[in-house]
Design a protein around this ligand. Structure first.
Ligand SMILES: Cc1cc2nc3c(=O)[nH]c(=O)nc-3n(C[C@H](O)[C@H](O)[C@H](O)COP(=O)(O)OP(=O)(O)OC[C@H]3O[C@@H](n4cnc5c(N)ncnc54)[C@H](O)[C@@H]3O)c2cc1C
Length: 464
């Protein structure tokens, strides 16, 4: 009996799709080349980084405990224990994913999967080679860190998101190449753990996909907290010197500088895993290695779907992978399909201050010809932020002038990555600025700042 569905890759895209397929009663297998299910997100991405970021938050509280009237005698950081805690969280959730496969009658298959002609998947492992017959395939093979030509990661000095998570000693100095979400999150972690961090970004601003004002605010706070930020900077001639690394950097003002650091983190983007999985000879269309899909996540090859980090044109985020999985499985099972709306995907960056955003930035809205009204509310004027001792940042609403349509919401501030959910929900239910102005927010909460930013669209914020 052939499978109804074989999923290649068990990241948040693949394993969630497998659960949904099981719920719909599809005979499903999930193939994973690594020892444990869960993918990048669980093992070397979202979860371990957020575990470390949480510890950095707690450590920060201890360092400034005096301000709260709590005296801690010489608090110290036991980094191996920090790593042990992070590993425990990852293991717990990896077991959880195994459990979900069992509960939903999904068959896990270990090995490296390759498409081998219509409805055939070859799986190679140390145990040998087997062929799975299937009516449908979902490619959810994810991505890996991009490297500069000629540069190779190693366990000690030149690091990607994988090796950096296994360090057992906090480095004294670190250079980070790339100030997208991955680069700034590690900068935020290690800066707070006491590493002297230099953040190098080739583009004119850090977190370049965010609204310009958000980039500016994060850069301001980063600099204030001691991170050296160099935008418009080009690094070349990177040398592993044994005990560290040197980089020749051309700064934005044209000056050249040799920067030395104990460690270098390369965080210049993620390359889709689409080589060597048998796409040649199929009708699957690639765009610079990413897979082109339609709104049902179908590739050009009948019965072959793609979701997650391998997909062209959608952001590489776990929740995007998951929702695309829901779309693909609904299509396979003949259920109603609601395609992923590009403009309602929240972005979340877990720096301090945290970032959450959805929809168009102000510049994008203006470039698309919208008549824009902007409302902005600073956390400085929010009482909950005062209680938390965390005043950086603001909530910014980008709205259409005529009908109060919400085009985008951009938050930087305490728990910005949590607060954004409210904006996503109101946009998804097609609420307007007025809907949010009459939504009652509990007091005192950080959410009041969100409500106030909507009031500010019409100059009606109360607390500024
Ligand atoms: C440091 C870091 C932090 C991140 N933090 C966040 C965050 O906070 N929030 C967020 O939304 N996103 C975050 N991301 C991005 C997120 O991890 C990815 O978007 C997400 O993992 C993509 O899911 P996926 O299912 O497409 O692929 P992946 O999670 O990459 O999983 C793909 C799986 O497929 C397997 N595989 C590949 N090829 C084959 C093959 N031929 N045969 C069998 N198995 C195969 C791989 O081993 C892997 O397990 C982060 C990424 C990094 C690197």
């Amino acid at each position: 009996m052939p499978y109804d569905l074989v999923i290649i890759g068990s990241g948040p895209g693949g394993y969630s799709a497998a659960v949904r397929a099981g719920q719909y009663g599809l005979k499903t297998a999930i193939v994973e080349k690594d020892a444990k299910l869960g993918g990048t997100c669980l093992h070397v991405g979202c979860i371990p980084t957020k575990a470390l970021l949480h510890t950095a938050d707690v450590w920060e509280y201890f360092k400034h405990a005096d301000e709260e009237g709590i005296h801690c005698e010489k608090p110290s950081l036991d980094y191996p224990k920090v790593i042990e805690r992070k590993n425990k969280i990852v293991s717990k959730h990896a077991k959880g994913v195994e459990g979900l496969m069992k509960k939903n009658k999904v068959e896990p298959v270990r090995g490296y999967a390759t498409l081998k002609g219509k409805g055939r998947i070859e799986v190679r492992s140390e145990q040998g080679t087997q062929t799975l017959e299937t009516k449908n395939v979902i490619i959810a093979t994810g991505s890996e860190a991009r490297m500069l030509p000629g540069l190779k990661p190693d366990a000690d000095t030149i690091l990607t998101n994988i090796e950096i998570l296994n360090l057992t000693v906090i480095p004294k100095t670190m250079a980070i190449l790339g100030a997208g979400a991955v680069g700034v999150e590690f900068a935020s972690i290690f800066n707070r753990f006491g590493t002297q961090v230099t953040l190098l970004e080739m583009l004119p601003r850090i977190v370049p996909v965010e609204d310009e004002e958000v980039s500016k605010e994060l850069e301001r706070v980063f600099r204030k907290s001691g991170i050296r930020v160099e935008t418009g900077a080009k690094a070349e001639d990177i040398q592993n010197t044994g005990g560290g690394v040197t980089l020749k950097v051309t700064l934005a003002n044209g000056k050249q500088e040799h920067i030395q650091a104990e460690k270098l983190l390369v965080a210049i983007g993620r390359k889709p895993n689409t080589d060597g999985i048998g796409l040649e000879g199929t009708a699957v269309q690639l765009d610079r290695g990413f897979i082109n899909v339609n709104e049902r996540q179908q590739t050009g090859e009948p019965g072959v779907y793609a979701i997650g980090d391998v997909v062209a044109g959608t952001p590489q985020l776990a929740h995007v992978a998951t929702m695309q999985g829901m779309v693909a499985v609904a299509d396979i099972a003949g259920k109603p399909v609601k395609p992923v709306n590009r403009n309602r995907i929240p972005g979340a960056t877990y720096t301090e201050p945290g970032i959450g955003s959805v929809g168009l930035t102000e510049a994008q809205a203006r470039a698309q010809g919208h008549k824009v009204r902007v409302g902005k509310f600073p956390f400085m004027a929010n009482s909950r932020a005062s209680i938390l001792g965390n005043h950086a940042g603001f909530v910014k609403v980008v709205a259409e002038e005529e009908y109060g349509e919400i085009l985008g919401v951009h938050i930087i501030g305490p728990s910005g990555f949590e607060l954004i959910s409210e904006a996503v929900a109101v946009m998804e239910s097609e609420g307007t600025v007025e809907t949010m102005m009459s939504t009652i927010h509990a007091h005192p909460t950080l959410y009041e700042a969100v409500g106030e930013a909507f009031n500010a669209v019409y100059g009606l914020a109360i607390n500024v």
